[in-house]
Design a protein around this ligand. Structure first.
Ligand code: ADP
Ligand code: ZN
Length: 518
């Protein structure tokens, strides 16, 4: 980027306060827009360098830049970091005494500080100083929290809508790493900055190889995965606190040291795990999504999702913790139908149930894709990839289709014979002619389809049933004990001679890890 007389000060601030010689993609344009008092929407992946976009202009403004941030826990770190760089900044939240709060308000009025971090709940307490006399810029970090279309909606963010009318002439900069197209537009609408300039960085993290496997024998798959990567740092994300602890114990019995981390642990314990991970003393952490926010560790080599994330935003953010240093890294997702059902149950009854279910569906489509996964991931963020990526399991091992009509007919007629009342497991047991107690109790050994599929392995049946579901030939009735049911397409297969293409069960090919030479 050219250095000119007008931006000379900005460049020297970049160097003197932050120690950087140059801007990263989009940073300079954003900084210049903010300095020109234009509202901006910044979509940049985690680790992309969003902070500079408002911290650097803040140095040039006369008044204070208010930074809205949802995470009180992270505010202190950010403010400490700024102070350590010689930039006067504070935070304001409900945990402070009224004396402290008063002193902070004073420092805004006297323009002693350049940035003030505030939780949205605390804005009301600052009403008297929210005028353009004192405030020069407003930055809204984690801006997706304002949208119920986002994956992390926070009601407290909604009151930010009023800010623009209070401060109409100063620039607003909204930043997020995780907005899909619908959420983006909702953010600018809610913040009343529809005319904001949009800066959308590429979300492609080419160095992260993507892989999805079915969740059969997850633990032993994970043990093998880790053993193939000695001395590498990694995070295993789990859905529940309990799972993080159980998994870390099971890994221990397999000779692998992995700490558990979740929001239920006390502060000391969490800090200890985090610290020891950052310092490479603990290589592996089994964590809930609470882990990773604000952790700046560049050499995380892999991220495993033990459970499926709720949505693509979360998945992308979590895998994005790998390979910040740009070196080859790996993201492995385990896909299990039990997880999908559990997530479905979590979503049901939520205020934005429909949104959550739609997002979960996209996640499922990603996991079950038979085309380049990176294409799906990036298209979710509105970015189109020209060719296939060559660095995902589908690209490396393209699925082969075959005529699966007979298999489909067998599955669908079993569904029909069991009167659309049974879940996938029972359908497969009946196809395979299992004489287990549940089958016998219901007398299913007498139905016509019993045992017609004993030549195909259980997990391969599962693979085929999932494909039929994805192709719309049958569906899961989530509110009826997950019974498999027929759809209007089923008839075409059962009675009208429609052909069904299925993919062969994936042979799990290990993608060779890179082992760093020391
Ligand atoms: P984000 O908020 O987008 O996740 P940060 O603002 O925390 O990202 O920046 C991520 C990392 O990149 C930090 O370690 C930061 O110091 C570094 N960084 C940001 N901008 C630059 C730059 N222009 N040159 C070098 N490093 C940078
Ligand atoms: Zn690919």
């Amino acid at each position: 980027m050219p250095r000119t007389a007008t931006n000379d000060q900005v460049f020297s601030n970049l160097k003197n306060y932050f120690g950087y010689d140059s801007f990263r993609v989009n940073q300079q344009d954003i900084v210049e827009s903010v300095l020109n008092k234009k509202d901006c929407l910044v979509i940049m992946p985690t680790g992309g360098g969003k902070s500079i976009c408002f911290q650097l202009p803040a140095l040039s403004f006369k008044g204070v830049t208010i930074v809205i941030s949802p995470l009180i826990a992270l505010m202190k770190d950010q403010v400490d970091g700024l102070n350590a760089n010689g930039i006067p900044a504070s935070y304001f939240n409900s945990s402070q005494s009224s004396e402290e709060q008063f002193a902070i308000i004073e420092s805004v009025i006297t323009a002693e500080i350049k940035l003030l971090y505030v939780a949205p709940e605390s804005l009301a307490a600052l009403q008297n100083i929210l005028t353009e006399k004192y405030i020069s810029c407003v930055a809204i970090d984690e801006a997706h929290c304002i949208s119920s279309w986002g994956h992390d909606f926070r009601p407290s963010y909604q009151q930010l809508g009023f800010l623009k009318s209070t401060l109409p002439n100063i620039p607003f900069i909204a930043l997020t790493a995780t907005a899909d197209k619908a959420t983006r537009e909702d953010i600018v609408k809610q913040l009343r900055i529809e005319h904001a300039e949009r800066f959308i960085s590429s979300f492609d993290r080419k160095n992260i190889g993507l892989e999805v496997r079915t969740a059969n024998n997850r633990i032993s798959q994970i043990v093998k995965f880790i053993n193939a990567r000695p001395n590498q740092s990694g995070i295993i994300y789990c859905l529940s606190r309990k799972t993080t602890e159980q998994l870390s114990k099971k890994l221990k019995t397999n000779g692998i040291h992995a700490e558990a981390y979740h929001a239920g642990l006390n502060f000391e314990k969490r800090s200890k795990v985090q610290e020891s991970f950052i310092r490479d003393k603990t290589q592996i952490v089994c964590a809930t999504v609470a882990f990773g926010m604000g952790i700046d560790k560049s050499n995380v080599r892999w991220v495993v999702h033990y459970n499926m994330p709720k949505n693509i935003e979360g998945y992308y953010q979590e895998i994005g913790r790998a390979g910040r240093d740009g070196l080859t890294s790996h993201a492995l997702l385990f896909h299990s139908y039990a997880d999908v059902i559990q997530l479905q149950n979590f979503a049901s009854g939520a205020t934005n149930e429909a949104v959550q279910i739609a997002k979960l569906d996209r996640m499922k489509q990603f996991a079950e894709s038979t085309t380049c996964r990176r294409k799906i991931l990036l298209s979710y963020f509105g970015e189109l990839l020209g060719g296939n990526c060559g660095n995902c399991d589908v690209c490396k091992n393209p699925p082969q289709f075959f005529d699966g009509t007979v298999i489909a007919q067998k599955i669908l007629s079993a569904v029909y014979r069991l009167q659309e009342k049974e879940a996938m497991g029972m359908i497969i047991d009946v196809l395979r002619g299992s004489q287990n107690a549940a089958v016998l109790a219901k007398g299913y050994q007498n139905v016509r389809t019993f045992g017609i599929g004993n030549d195909i392995a259980w997990k391969h049946w599962q693979h085929f049933v999932i494909q039929l579901i994805n192709q719309g030939f049958c569906e899961i009735a989530f509110h009826k004990n997950n019974a498999l049911q027929l759809t209007e397409f089923s008839n075409n297969v059962l009675f009208k001679g429609a052909k069904v293409a299925l993919t062969k069960p994936l042979v799990i090919t290990e993608i060779k890890p890179v082992i760093k030479e020391k």
